[in-house]
Design a protein around this ligand. Sequence first.
Ligand code: ZN
Ligand code: ZN
Ligand code: ZN
Length: 491
Amino acid sequence: MNALSPAAEAEVGRRLLSPTFDRWAEQAANCGHCARPVRLRGQATTVDRVTGEVLSTYDSANEPDGVLYTRCGNRRASVCPSCSHEYKGDMWHLLAAGAAGGMKGVPESVATHPLVFATLTAPSFGAVHGLRRNGGRPSMCRPRSTSAVCEHGNPIGCRTKHAEGDRRLGQPLCAQCYDYTRHVVWQWWSPELWRRFTIALCRTLAAHLGLTQKDTHALVRVSFAKVAEFQRRGVVHFHALIRLDGPPTDTAEFPAPLAGVSAQQLCKLVHVAAARVWFDAPATEARGELRRLRFGTQVDARAVTTAATREVGRADHPDDGLHPETVAAYIAKYATKACDDFGLPPGLRNAEAARRMGIVEHVCRLLAEVQYLAQSGGPKYLPLAKWGAMLGFRGHFSTKSRRYSTTLGRLRSARKRWSVQQLRDRLTGRTNSMADVDARDAEETTLVVSSWSLDGIGWLNAGDAALAATAAAQAREWSDDRARARRATQL
Ligand SMILES: [Zn+2]
Ligand SMILES: [Zn+2]
Ligand SMILES: [Zn+2]
């Protein structure tokens, strides 16, 4: 805990010395030390459906602050590290389930289906400084003759070997050469490009099999899970897991595909489909001209196979394939990054405000272009105004087709049942494993009657917030350690 105001320090002291501190700490732990929990007032009564017997009652009035604290559920780490961490964990389970199977209701047999990890990037909008590597060693940014300059008099090369943390990374060599309009227009329409890619891949697959799309659909289904990640230059790229399944039957939700397509063939089809996709962005009134948008030529597609090593850091060996867990952990890591990397607060829309905050010039210019197009780009670009902090990206950071694996909703309701069960067990002095809850779930005999009203959002004062934040950081470290240990024992 650092930089607390004297008032907050006094609040921390009062809380720690309070006779109800233990119960408060327990409440804080139960809502995962959320940064700005939702405070509820109300009661819940658990009734046996058959006998009508009241098994337990809960009343927030009996809690130290007279409220029940529940998670805010926000996915952005800048808003709530705890809830975003939980979301990341959920994403991991979800994606690992879809890749490896054998968990969360997805059968182990899906691991035998063709699966590809693909990265689709934006094209170049102008040369930017970058971390370059040559066989793992840092190499020169853009080795060109030192005297060559662009029409604005800026060097077109950079012989620096940039290190991680260099503020020039992702910034253009010449801001005047950089096409900010095209960058923002591409970002704005990128969800449409992605949608077209999913359609193109199905078409490409049908052509590969020499069948109509309808006949293909009867044999093989393509499912997707993707996350959008911001690159340093402020444009998103898409990481996707693409898997082939058979059409679902009455007995199997995830059967094997009925057409023989290998993961390696699927990689080739991804390349073909990505190269074919285009979208003509509506002309902006201010900047005119229709822009044909495409993905960049740097498409990466690799087979995901349990035969691969679990090591990360093997990105430069594309033919080795990737282990499903490596991919799932990698993709989940980026699911919560959002714009946090740019240090942009959620409501920021104004380039001038960003400059005053010391945000890098390239990002300020992008913000300015977002503003400009929102104001003068015409009706199709008007909604951009709301997406300034996302630099014009309006898509979801993670999406998946319905059948990819279990849903976040299912994981959430499992956890909600679990916490209701914990509450009930604490009151009745019983303990249960998650398996018991699942078993009981099939034959629910109790009924929870509850009524809640909103008391407010957030901790009651800065002292409580600081206590919760400290505990949250410790809890996350602890659970990361445990998860690492658990994965290590599975190797
Ligand atoms: Zn939260
Ligand atoms: Zn450079
Ligand atoms: Zn220039």
